[in-house]
Ligand binder design. Structure first.
Ligand code: HEM
Length: 485
């Protein structure tokens, strides 16, 4: 009786926050099923319109999500050092990425973040430009051999996988040279299954999940992904040992191309005394996934937006011309800094198509927010970047693709938490700079050689967030060689 009273009090506190009417046992999942056919993206869009900057969603009768989209509320949550625990649903990722940087919390997260942060220092990132260049060259060659409409997302994903393996992991996998990558299709299966599970409270139980078809697909995908990441770690370990036996320790690190600072996987292998194999594996699984699927989705939508907006494409071409003239020389760190317009195009595309459309925290303490609401401890607070990017009160004419929204003069006065595709505060994206550099160099290489067109006028990819925001049927474009003017 004590438990029920406590739960009833908690549920009453939650229900002080507005939200759609709840049904028996499944809460708001009834509506999600019958009205939205589990299209969470559409349901959240409609509910945001109806209830505004704060609303609650019952997933079953004891899990609750509180969706926040007012920048002031985001600031309260994300800037805090207290509320750094990820939402309970992230635990379902444990069998995939363990307690890696994305999912861990407390002391473990602090220690790992400190260990890994230097490996994303700009001096290390600058050394990666050559890898970005080389791999995007291969991508450009592949794009140019397409004579018909092509799903650019499929090709770009292989490129970003090659990039993360060669940069952070120091291992070449040459995914672009193969038509299919078992790892890439497993990431797809795993993210879709995870998403399906998150909206079906009856699949929260591990036994039921493992016996279901969704669980079987998920587990099969995990096996393949873990096989792949184990191989990446082993390759790098062997390479380190091979070099070490022929060179002194410090010379070996230099020879690995890492100079004084050490790249991601080498840093983990160097810390092997304090890290177990399992610890290394969970970080590699985390970075392999976060480090390629996010940038692939983002790049595909950038290319779509460029194709859909010829005046934007012209301006990009102009910027490339200003920087490179007629030369086909490689991109340098300085060039990347000079790509101001390209950067605005990327930012604007992430506003409309944020690769991570939702992220969430679990509250261990009550969280007072604006409007007099208090979100009770035990709730999951969810941020929907997708809805925030389309909020007309923050972004006039939100559907319009206008990179100049990010000109300094047009950004002045905008709340710093109104735009958070990389999250913000202590648990922001550690790969933000890496991602921006990779996206800029890839967009630049493509624009210098390719003209992008929509497959037909008015084409718009249909999107749905399944962990990562992707187009259900890929991003389709026509590509032709850009003739120099
Ligand atoms: C367009 C590209 C990317 C976007 C939009 C993006 C977005 C995000 C967001 C929103 C978060 C917070 C997630 C949460 O709170 O649950 C995050 C965290 C993270 N991202 Fe990214 N990301 C991108 C690229 C990358 C890349 C390239 C890497 C690695 C090289 C990476 C590694 C991570 C990691 C490890 C975390 C967890 C950080 C922590 O909790 O300390 N991301 N990212």
């Amino acid at each position: 009786a004590h438990f029920f009273n406590k739960h009833r009090k908690w549920a009453m506190a939650v229900d002080l926050i507005p939200g759609p009417p709840t049904g028996f046992l499944l809460g708001n999942i009834w509506e999600m099923m019958w009205k939205y056919n589990f299209n969470q993206t559409q349901a959240f869009a409609d509910w945001t319109k109806q209830y505004g900057g704060i609303f609650r969603v019952w997933v079953g009768n004891n899990r609750v999500l509180v969706l926040l989209s007012k920048p002031e509320d985001l600031e309260i949550l994300l800037s805090s050092n207290k509320h750094i625990e990820k939402a309970d649903i992230y635990k379902q990722l444990n069998s995939w990425i363990g307690e890696g940087l994305l999912t861990s919390t407390g002391q473990k997260w602090h220690t790992r973040r400190k260990l890994i942060t230097p490996t994303f220092h700009f001096r290390i990132l600058d050394q990666f430009i050559e890898v970005f260049n080389r791999n995007s060259d291969i991508l450009v060659q592949k794009l140019l051999t397409q004579t018909d409409t092509v799903n650019v997302h499929a090709l770009v994903t292989l490129c970003t996988l090659d990039i993360i393996c060669e940069t952070a992991m120091g291992t070449k996998v040459d995914a672009q040279k193969n038509a299919d990558s078992a790892y890439v299709s497993s990431v797809h299966d795993a993210t879709v299954s995870f998403h399906q599970r998150s909206m079906r409270p009856w699949l929260m139980n591990d036994l039921l999940f493992n016996a279901s078809s969704v669980g079987k697909t998920y587990n099969k995908a995990l096996e393949e992904m873990h096989r792949h990441t184990r191989e990446v770690i082993e390759n790098r370990r062997r390479e380190r040992e091979r070099r070490r036996s022929s060179l002194s320790m410090s010379a070996a690190d230099k020879d690995l191309g890492m100079k004084k600072r050490v790249a991601f996987l080498d840093q983990l292998l160097k810390a092997n005394d304090s890290l177990l194999d399992k610890d290394i594996q969970e970080e590699v699984d985390t970075f392999m996934f976060e480090g390629h699927d996010t940038t692939a989705a983002a790049l595909s939508f950038i290319l779509y937006n460029v194709a859909a907006n010829p005046e934007v494409q012209d301006q990009l071409v102009q910027e490339m011309h200003d920087i490179f003239g007629d030369s086909s020389r490689r991109i340098t760190a300085q060039d990347l800094q000079n790509m101001r317009y390209t950067e605005r195009v990327i930012k604007e595309s992430l506003r409309l198509y944020p690769s991570v459309p939702l992220f969430a925290r679990y509250l261990k303490e009550d969280l007072p927010v604006t409007g007099g609401y208090v979100i009770p401890a035990g709730a999951n607070v969810t941020i929907s970047c997708l809805q925030m990017g389309r909020d007309p009160t923050q972004w006039p004419d939100p559907e319009k693709f206008d990179p100049d929204r990010f000109l300094p003069e047009n950004s002045a006065g905008r709340h710093p938490y109104a735009y958070v595709p990389f999250s913000a505060g202590p648990r922001n994206c550690i790969g933000q700079k890496f991602a921006m550099m990779e996206m800029k160099s890839t967009v630049s290489q493509i624009i210098r050689s390719c003209k992008l067109d929509l497959p037909y006028p008015g084409y718009k990819p249909e999107v749905e967030g399944k962990v990562i925001l992707k187009a259900n049927k890929g991003v389709l474009l026509n590509i032709s060689r850009r003739l120099s003017s």
